[in-house]
Design a protein around this ligand. Structure first.
Ligand SMILES: Nc1ncnc2c1ncn2[C@@H]1O[C@H](COP(=O)(O)OP(=O)(O)OP(=O)(O)O)[C@@H](O)[C@H]1O
Ligand SMILES: [Mg+2]
Length: 312
C-alpha cells in the first residue's frame, strides 16, 4: 500500500471575478473548491495512474468533511485524525482574464498533544514492511518540526519505504533519519546544503553528496530544466520534455507520485526517474492543480533521454 500524509491540509477555494480590484465589492462568476495539500496531490496523481493510495492527516469541521468526501469521490481512501477546529480554507481570487490575483492562506488549526498522539499511534499500527509512505508539505501549528524525523524512524524500523518532500528545517531535521527518498527542488536542496545549484550537473553533484550521506534515492528537480536521481552511487540525469507550461504548481508532487508508482512496482531507478519527469511535465502542462493519465505520461516519457554520471 502507498500512504500519503498531509498534516496541514486545506480546502483550496478559487473565486473567479471579472477583474481583481481593491476597495469595491467583487461579484464571483465562478467558485471552485478542491482538496489542497501536497500529500493529497500525490494521492490524486497516483489515482490518475490507476494506483491506489490512502490519505492520512488531520481534518476538522465542515471543511474537513468536505475533504473526506472530495477525496473519497475521487476514489482515494482516507484515514484521518479528527481535530476540534475546522480545516483551513486557502482562498485565491483570480480574474477571468490575465492579471493580478489574490491568495490568502490560513494558518490551520493548532494540533494538540492528544491529536498528535492519536496520529502517531495510527502510524505505528499501520506501519508494515514493504509499504511506501509519502510525507509531504508544511507542518500545522502545534506539530514539532522533527515530526517527519520521528515518522521516518518509526516507519523505517518497520521496514516501510519513506519519501519526504518538504523544505527548510523539517527537511534538514529528517535527513538524519535517512528516508528512502527525498525530492527537494533545486532551491530547497541549495538551502539544505548551503551551496548553489544552477545546472543539472550541480544538481547531480548535490544529489550524490546527499546520497553518499546515506539516503538511498535522492532526486533534485529543476522545473523546466529536468531532474537528477542519485542512487547506488550513480547520478541519472535527464532534461524535461518540452511542453507549453500552464500551471507548474504541483509538478513536484506529481513527480513524487510518478517516482513512487514505478519504484513501488520495483522498476529500475532510471525508468522511475524518466516516468517521474514526464509525470511532472504533464502536470505542468495542465491548468490548475491537475494530473495526467498514464497514457498521457507514456506519450511524454518517449521524449526523456537519460544520461548517467558515476560508476554503474
Ligand atoms: N515547465 C516545465 N516543463 C517541463 N517539465 C516541467 C516543467 N515544470 C515542471 N516540470 C517537471 O516537473 C518536475 C518537478 O518540477 P519542479 O522542480 O518545479 O518541482 P517543485 O518545485 O517541487 O514543484 P511543487 O512543489 O510546486 O510541486 C521537473 O523536474 C520536471 O520534470
Ligand atoms: Mg515541491
Amino acid at each position: 500500500m502507498i500512504y500519503t500524509v498531509t498534516l496541514n491540509p486545506a480546502v483550496d477555494k478559487q473565486i473567479t471575478v471579472p477583474t481583481v480590484s481593491l476597495g469595491t465589492v467583487l461579484r464571483a462568476s465562478a467558485v471552485q473548491s478542491d482538496p489542497g495539500g501536497k500529500g493529497f496531490n500525490v494521492s490524486r496523481a497516483l489515482k490518475m495512474q490507476d494506483v491506489p493510495s490512502c490519505a492520512l492527516g488531520f481534518v476538522g469541521g465542515a471543511t474537513g468533511d468536505f475533504l473526506v468526501t472530495a477525496l473519497e469521490e475521487l476514489g482515494i481512501k482516507t484515514d484521518f485524525v479528527r481535530v476540534a477546529e475546522p480545516t483551513r480554507t486557502n482562498v485565491s481570487v483570480v480574474s477571468e482574464t490575465e492579471g493580478p490575483h489574490l491568495k490568502v492562506n490560513e494558518a490551520g488549526p493548532t494540533i494538540d498533544a492528544n491529536a498528535l498522539d492519536l496520529f502517531l499511534s495510527k502510524v505505528r499500527d499501520l506501519a508494515q514492511a514493504g509499504d511506501w509512505w509519502v510525507l509531504a508539505g508544511s507542518l500545522p501549528p502545534g506539530v514539532p518540526t522533527d515530526i517527519y524525523t520521528n515518522l521516518t524512524a518509526v516507519l523505517s524500523d518497520a521496514g516501510a519505504n519513506v519519501v519526504v518532500d518538504t523544505s527548510g528545517s523539517a527537511l534538514k531535521s529528517c535527513i538524519d533519519a535517512k528516508p528512502a527518498l527525498i525530492k527537494p527542488n533545486h532551491h530547497e536542496a541549495a538551502a539544505l546544503l548551503e551551496r548553489s545549484i544552477d545546472t543539472l550537473s550541480d544538481a547531480a553533484e548535490a544529489a550524490l553528496q546527499l546520497h553518499n550521506g546515506g539516503i538511498p534515492y535522492v532526486v533534485i528537480s529543476m522545473g523546466a530544466e529536468g531532474a537528477v536521481l542519485a542512487t547506488n552511487g550513480v547520478a541519472h540525469i535527464a532534461e524535461a520534455p518540452e511542453i507549453v507550461e500552464r500551471n507548474p504548481i504541483g509538478a513536484g508532487d506529481s513527480m513524487v507520485a510518478g517516482l513512487v508508482n514505478k519504484l513501488s512496482a520495483q522498476l529500475p531507478a532510471a525508468d522511475a526517474l524518466a516516468w517521474g519527469i514526464a509525470t511532472g511535465a504533464m502536470s505542468a502542462s495542465l491548468d490548475g492543480t491537475a494530473f495526467g493519465s498514464s497514457m498521457q505520461i507514456a506519450e511524454l516519457v518517449k521524449q526523456v533521454e537519460l544520461e548517467h554520471y558515476g560508476e554503474e
